[in-house]
Design a protein around this ligand. Sequence first.
Ligand code: GDP
Ligand code: MG
Length: 736
Amino acid sequence: MSSNIVIALAGNPNAGKTTLFNRLTGARQHVGNYPGITVDRKEGLVNYRNIDLTIVDLPGTYSLTAYSVEELVARDFLVNERPEVVINIVDASNLERNLYLTTQFLELGVPLVIALNMIDVAKDRGISVKAEQLESLLGVPVVPIIARSGQGTDELLQRSYEIASSPQTWEPLVISYGDDLDATIMHLVNDIERDQFLTATYPSRFTALKYLENDEQIVAKGRDEHPEIAEDMENDVQQVSEHMVKTLDVYPEAIIADHRYGFLKAILRDGVVTHAFDTDRLYTSDRIDKVTTNRLMGPAIMLLVLFGLYHITFSWSELPVSWMEQLFAMMADTVDRFMAEGPLKSLIISGVIDGVGGVLGFVPLIMLMFFGIAILEDSGYLARVAYMMDRIFRTFGLHGSSVMPFIVSGGIAGGCAVPGVMATRTLRSPKERMATLLTVPFMNCGAKIPVLALLIGAFFTEQKALFMFLFTMLAWVVALFAAKFLRLTFLRGEPTPFVMELPPYRFPTMRGLLIHTWERTWQYIKKAGSVILGISVLLWAMMTYPGLPEEQLASLAEERNHLLQSYPVSVQQELSTNIIVSESARTLQKRVANLDKYQAELELKNSLAGRIGLSFEPVSQLAGFDWRTNISLIGGFAAKEVIVSTLGIAYSMGETDVEEATSLGQRLKKSPNWNRVVAVSVLVFIMFYAPCFVTVICIARESSWRWAAFSMGFNTLFAFGLATLVYQVGMYMGLG
Ligand code: GDP
Ligand code: MG
């Protein structure tokens, strides 16, 4: 499948790599504003003149020094896999900063093509860049493009192909770093070449620079592979460092950065970049930010935006959600009418239609919510939220880079903890990372939304948006305090610094919004139709078998016969033909239905799941959960959506009666075991108990099984404690 020509896409976060990647390969991946989500390597194919070229989207980085995982991944890819050409995508509206990484590609010597991206944004800001001039000064092709519209990408491919198909030699650029450093670099290069240290992988000057920049990976390699020389080299670096600190009060790293910027300044003067108007002028973005990130107004606006989002989602989706409910009720009704009684019918009605239907019923709501979130995200507002949260986060022992994992996990609603957990890879401090990783599952991910929507819709019909808002706030408060707790106990340590850049606001395109909304909604639907369906059927089986023993069934049948016989034949006939006219026939019908319900309840109680649910009841009652709810909470560990489908099954068994075909919400409301306090207590438990199965695996992979086990145990105990508190206090205050 993959071709032998490999093109790597590299650049700073937000330079447009993913946009270009999608444009070239046609693959539809998510395009977001947050740095570092694409730590994993993404590959695609692009056809150029009937040749398949492999394109790899590297993680966004600011340098090629191993300060972070991204940088390490990107660098290792370049030197180990030696792509035929690297497309370095730079943001034309922020050229100097972006070219800093470029200097390092040049120093490494990789075959390079520069994609000068976002020339539309630059133009709007009155910035123009002379590509040909830049090309001749840097000595590599420079192609202006607009990744978003695809303008210039043909030429980009053509020039990349030319480089890729010509003979390959890596020609490292040499930049002078001033007398002191240049002398040390010479010494280091001597040692490196004599011992052939990494020379097959890196140019020797590059390795020397990394020594001076204190690159952990390379220093460790040196100690490993060439202990004697490594000591010499470290001594050299030590000496020059001390000297610089004494004379200039800086470390070599800073001098190196200064010289790289100096090199760029030299290139960028002489009219390569021109500004049509005064750069001090506040750009529209900055002016908007004056208000939206203001210390007082900012948070107020943020809360208003959230509240507005929930209000719109709940009120606009009310009607379509009720249509979906009716649709599934009609399906159940039809099956009920035309299928013979038996386990298959029960499987289809209770297991499939009520189970999966309960989850699918919320599709309109989910879609609206995702659409709103896509607007916030694509416009750049979400980055402002992160920016404002940063201050708060630091108070709780988290890091500015923790904000995005929280939002990705469902901080606003409807994310997923799995990418959230992976997004913590951008955190450099292991303790801050662990604290983030363990608390992101507290957010209201997409799977918790149907549960929230169901219970809020049923028990707080009047103030749905308000309660959604309150539960979101609760998630944040709990997550932050849990993080603080962890940082004061198991994960004690110093905070690390963080600088955050605000990307400019952008007008979202309708196409982008629709794609983002659809991608996420489709994932939800797909999950309902596959995983959730499977678990629903499994739980249905656990809730149906082994059924009642023979004798008990016989005695129930006898009781039923007795009941029927005690009425006149005419009444019995009314019942069997289902044309009921007399009062006594109506009474009989009710009594038979009650008997059916009683039997169904006995069957459920005797089932495998029922017995498990019952065995937990003595404890779970402290928090107000009955045994049916217990079944669904256990099922919810597999996937949180399953809670809705399992409640659907547990509260529908034995109630497939047509006239009673009501929604699950109404059934819960009618149940004597449920009230508002129970609803809140159950929600609190669901929000904070063990993360779902997939998240736990993910946590284990990202840290260790011990931490994964910790998160299951700790969260469940904590959630149960909180739910008990809510229930006991709520009932004591008579709110139920
Ligand atoms: P990455 O972090 O390098 O992968 O950057 P993305 O591809 O996620 O792009 C960041 C943002 O810039 C997204 O909102 C893109 O829609 C936007 N973007 C990318 N290229 C262009 C462009 O050429 N013009 C404009 N106006 N926006 C762009
Ligand atoms: Mg990206």
